[in-house]
Structures are given as structure tokens and as C-alpha cells.
Design a protein. Structure first.
Length: 255
């Protein structure tokens, strides 16, 4: 069992986690059938006699799923299954210690019929250096299925540029550390421009992380960055707040 060997779990413990993951998807499937809403009697007060309320459940938007390494199957399932049931797209970032379990789970979900555009897999630069060569076949298989693959925190480590040619990635995410000096130091700006040019030259979408100022946003617009994320637009918010924040937030490239 690949999952058992990757996570270094005893076979009994691994089988328990597999069973729990199956149940997680079953519970989500049951909930998916009730997402049309429900009718609620309003007769708790005399004024509500004969009246009913109706709730409607709608997708809240993209779900960011950062999975831990200690339960790489069931806790990934805990993030993916409810999002799929609610018809929300997911960006999944598996733990660098146990990425293959998440990769194979994503492949299984797509084989079961999930549209490929509903899931993006983020792999870290550290993962590229340690595991990408060994897992190249699985990554290529996901790309063939149409799953978008992104390299996160690019430039923060020691990755070989040759991997960008060989790996089936479609998105490059610039590490936030390079943006912090934009406006008062040419070093970070020069590296950011180079990464944007490199990504576009390889036909990749480039995303800048950690945008916190208007000057950083203007710099990225000027140099053709495709999309951005960061506190300049919003701090992390819960699902209930997200729709309001998304409508009220400032404009940005790729927003």
C-alpha cells in the first residue's frame, strides 16, 4: 500500500485511515443531495403560523486546502469532499513529506468524474527538489487529465530551472520575499521581473504572492503578472464573509 509506506504507518493504522476517508466521501455525497436548500416552519411564534422560511445553499468560491502530513489521506479527504459536494473549486497543497497520497487521491477523484478545472494542485519548490523526479509519471498523468499544477514559493529555494521544462506545471507562484523590497531596492524587483519573463517564456501563468501595497500591485501590472494575492486585497476571511469581501475589495490584475 503506497499510502502506508509514504506515511510510515503500520498496516492496521493505515487501513483505519482509508476506511475513514471512504466514510468522509460518503457523508459528503449525502450532503450533496441536500444542497438545494430546506424549508423551515416559522411557527415558533404565533405571528409565524402558516409561514415558512426557505434556505438556499450556494458555493462560496475557491477553497484553499493545505493538508497535513500525519494523516495525508483522510485529512485531505476532509478538505476535498465537502468542497466537491458544495460545487466549490479547490486549490490543494499537499504536505511536502507525503505528497504522493494526495496526488493519487486527486487522480482517483478525476477518474470518478470530477471536472478537471475544479481542482488545482500546488507543489512546493522543496517538493520539486526532493520528490519530483520520482513522481514525474503521476504528475504527468494528472496533467493529462486536465488538472492544473502550480509551483508554489518559486525562487525561495534551490530548484533547478531544468525541472520547469520537464514538469507538467501550468502555474508559477512568485515567492513573496521578492516583493517586500519593491520600491526601495532593485534586487527583488529585478528577480521578480525575471521570474515573470521566465514563466511567460515557458507558457506558464505567473501569480505573485504576498502583495501588500499599491506600489507592489502597480509594479506587477506594469510587468504583466497574470494574477496576485495578498493582504492588499484582504486578510483571510471565513466562508460567510468571503462573498461580501470579494465584491467590495479593490481591483487587481487577474482578480
Amino acid at each position: 500500500m503506497l499510502f502506508r509506506s509514504e506515511a510510515a504507518k503500520p498496516i492496521k493504522t493505515a487501513r483505519v485511515e482509508v476506511a475513514r476517508a471512504v466514510e468522509t466521501f460518503r457523508f459528503a455525497a449525502v450532503e450533496a443531495r441536500s444542497l438545494t436548500g430546506e424549508t423551515i416552519p416559522m411557527d415558533a411564534h404565533p405571528a409565524g403560523t402558516g409561514k415558512f422560511g426557505f434556505t438556499l445553499r450556494v458555493p462560496v468560491g475557491v477553497i484553499g486546502a493545505i493538508s497535513p502530513f500525519n494523516f495525508p489521506l483522510n485529512l485531505v479527504a476532509h478538505k476535498l469532499a465537502p468542497a466537491i459536494a458544495a460545487d466549490c473549486p479547490v486549490v490543494l497543497k499537499p504536505a511536502s513529506q507525503t505528497p504522493l497520497t494526495a496526488i493519487l487521491l486527486a487522480e482517483t477523484i478525476h477518474a470518478a468524474g470530477l471536472p478537471p478545472e475544479r481542482l488545482e494542485l500546488e507543489i512546493s519548490e522543496a517538493y520539486i527538489m526532493r520528490r519530483a523526479e520520482r513522481d514525474l509519471r503521476q504528475l504527468a498523468r494528472l496533467r493529462e487529465l486536465g488538472v492544473s499544477l502550480a509551483v508554489d514559493d518559486f525562487g525561495s529555494g534551490q530548484s533547478s530551472l531544468g525541472y520547469l521544462q520537464r514538469l507538467p506545471v501550468s502555474r508559477l507562484k512568485v515567492d513573496r520575499g521578492f516583493l517586500t523590497t519593491v520600491g526601495h531596492d532593485s534586487g527583488g524587483a529585478t528577480i521578480t521581473r525575471a521570474i515573470i519573463g521566465l514563466g511567460h517564456g515557458l507558457g506558464l501563468t505567473v501569480v505573485a504572492e504576498g502583495v501588500e501595497t499599491l506600489a507592489q500591485e502597480a509594479f506587477l501590472r506594469q510587468h504583466g503578472c497574470d494574477a496576485v494575492q495578498g493582504f492588499h486585497y484582504s486578510a483571510p476571511v471565513d466562508a460567510a464573509t468571503f462573498p461580501v469581501t470579494a465584491h467590495q475589495g479593490p481591483g487587481s490584475p487577474g482578480r
